[in-house]
Design a binder for this molecule. Structure first.
Ligand SMILES: Nc1ncnc2c1ncn2[C@@H]1O[C@H](COP(=O)(O)OP(=O)(O)O)[C@@H](O)[C@H]1O
Ligand SMILES: [Mg+2]
Length: 314
């Protein structure tokens, strides 16, 4: 079942076209990653989908409801954690959860059970009595995300929820989200500028840049499409400035950089390229101290996709 359907959606802030005629379709029961650099338009899309702002043009349907005609009906069914911090300074951590549950009309017994579960899952038990104003940024962010799970929802929007979290808290949150989707069948719309996060968490990833969606795919398909490429690194024993010159005529051997000692090459035909490189180094009596060929990682693919789209805009 389709959970979000967007057609030809645009939004500008005076002269800035933040969202530029995007189409989007998100199936239920998955984590959908919305990935892009800062300023790409991610938060604006979340605000549009959660009916906090109105589009200039286009159609939005969320959980089968028309967002422009019936925004309140949508707001009742979704959860949203916006990018900017939101908290009541003098409220304690546990009271924040409790109060949020009350706002959503969750009954007392369920509120108590959920508060305990969430304090535990988000590692907030130790600081449950602390006031929000006395928390670190990461702790506050954890409270902000945790309280959203006080109520049931079919669809949750999370706008860069891991910013400010340390690596262990980050991983815990991602695992918590994964399990929630698996256990409840809910849908999560998740924005990030960190590709490794999207790769770990998401079933599908849309890449957005300059308000335009560049591509939508599963992490694996993204890898297949862009990722049969390998990154070859050669480390020679002493500096050899002419090295790029010697290698430049090998077919499918794209030299990214070289300082004469370490040379980085991208190739979709790495085995043949490697054989050719070794031959040339041998012929020229250039000793190698290290050599590696690794699949180009998704982070590099992401940067490449985004910079290609920048190049085609200019
Ligand atoms: N309230 C606003 N007023 C003016 N410009 C804005 C406003 N919010 C966002 N923008 C601009 O719109 C573009 C997209 O912003 P945003 O959706 O916040 O991107 P992201 O969340 O991907 O970082 C940026 O150029 C940003 O500066
Ligand atoms: Mg943002």
């Amino acid at each position: 079942m389709s959970c979000i359907e967007v057609h030809s959606l645009s939004k500008s802030y005076s002269s800035i076209l933040a969202v530029d005629t995007i189409d989007l379709s998100v199936e239920s029961g998955q984590v959908f990653g919305f990935l892009g650099p800062n300023g790409a338009g991610k938060s604006t899309v979340i605000k549009l989908l959660t009916t906090l702002i109105q589009p200039d043009s286009g159609q939005i349907s969320v959980l089968g409801v028309n967002a422009i005609k019936e925004p309140l009906k949508i707001r009742k069914k979704i959860g949203v954690v916006l990018q900017q911090p939101s908290y009541e300074p003098t409220l304690s951590v546990e009271k924040s959860l409790e109060k949020y549950g009350m706002m959503w009309n969750v009954d007392k017994k369920t509120r108590q059970i959920r508060t305990e579960e969430l304090l535990e899952s988000f590692e907030l038990t130790q600081i449950r009595k602390k006031k929000n104003e006395d928390l670190s940024i990461g702790q506050r962010r954890r409270v902000q995300v945790a309280r959203e799970f006080m109520h049931d929802m079919d669809l949750l929007f999370l706008d860069e929820p891991t910013v400010g979290l340390d690596p262990s808290a980050r991983r815990k949150l991602l695992d918590f989200l994964k399990n929630k989707v698996k256990d409840t069948g809910m849908t999560i719309f998740y924005t990030t500028h960190v590709l490794t996060e999207a790769e770990y968490l998401c079933d599908n990833i849309a890449i957005i840049n300059n308000g335009k969606i560049i591509t939508v795919d599963s992490p694996n398909e993204l890898k297949n499409r862009f990722g049969n490429e390998k990154t070859i690194k050669i480390h020679v024993s002493e500096q050899f400035i002419q090295l790029p010159n010697l290698l430049k005529d090998i077919p499918d051997c794209n030299i990214e950089k070289s300082d004469g000692i370490i040379i980085t090459i991208h190739s979709t035909n790495s085995e043949i390229v490697l054989m050719n490189i070794l031959k040339i180094l041998n012929q020229n009596n250039i000793p190698i101290s290290d050599l590696s060929a690794m699949p180009t990682n998704l982070e590099e693919i992401f940067l490449k996709v985004v910079s290609d789209s920048d190049a085609s805009n200019n």
